[in-house]
Write a protein that binds this ligand. Structure first.
Ligand code: FE2
Ligand code: FE2
Length: 223
């Protein structure tokens, strides 16, 4: 039986009375918690089952790209000290995640290599408005939505995969990626009023849902 143990009506903590997941939200609740407009489809888990090594390699690339996104934001808005401090923290965490995935690949005997990325990131970045401060808001919200989708998919992997090492690994990453999502949304509110940011987040989340539903023919973390 599921219980919504909410301390904040916008961010419910969901606990299960039948299992030990008191702190971890259940998969069905995650899209709602992270501002996502649609859950991932079964199609993606079919790709995971058929091409697990490619998913793991792409995950390493995603962590590297997440560090790059945060570094680019730091360079663009370096005089914004709140943002710069937050980005410094995220760059460090994402590079640490990158190292952890490289270690995981090495332990499993999967050679790291270049991969053609999915079209997901490019399609989202096409939505970024040109003029400031809307541009800053869009860059931050899109970074936040990518974190949210990664977080949702890590949770799906933790539930779906049977390999204990992989289950534990993806459970361990959930908290930091959810926190990154919140950080990016909070920072967007430094550039425009919160109600404008929430409205834009709703629009971009609809775009994100449409892009992720379309998917890609090859298996990636965001296909
Ligand atoms: Fe990460
Ligand atoms: Fe992240």
């Amino acid at each position: 039986m599921m219980t919504v143990t909410s301390t904040d009506s916008n961010r419910p903590a969901v606990a299960c009375r039948r299992c030990a997941h008191a702190a971890a939200p259940h998969t069905w609740a995650i899209p709602f918690m992270l501002s996502l407009r649609s859950p991932s489809s079964e199609r993606w888990l079919t790709q995971v089952d058929a091409h697990l090594d490619d998913i793991l390699i792409d995950h390493a690339h995603c962590e590297k790209k997440a560090a790059g996104v945060a570094m680019n934001l730091l360079f663009s808005y370096v005089d914004h000290v709140v943002l710069s401090r937050a980005m410094t923290e995220i760059v460090n965490e994402e590079l640490e995640h990158f190292r952890l995935v490289l270690d995981l690949l090495e332990r499993r005997g999967v050679p790291f290599r270049k991969l053609t990325p999915s079209s997901y990131g490019q399609r989202l970045h096409e939505r970024i408005r040109k003029d400031e401060p809307a541009r800053a808001v869009d860059r931050l919200l899109i970074a936040g939505l990518i974190e949210a989708r990664s977080c949702e998919r890590f949770s799906l992997l933790a539930d779906h995969l049977t390999d204990p090492e992989l289950k534990a690994f993806y459970e361990s990453l959930f908290e930091s990626e959810a926190r990154h999502h919140s950080t990016y949304v909070r920072l967007a509110c430094e550039f425009l009023p919160e109600e404008d940011v929430r409205a834009r987040l709703h629009e971009l989340a609809a775009d994100e849902a449409e892009i992720i539903d379309r998917g890609d023919a090859f298996a990636r973390m965001h296909s």
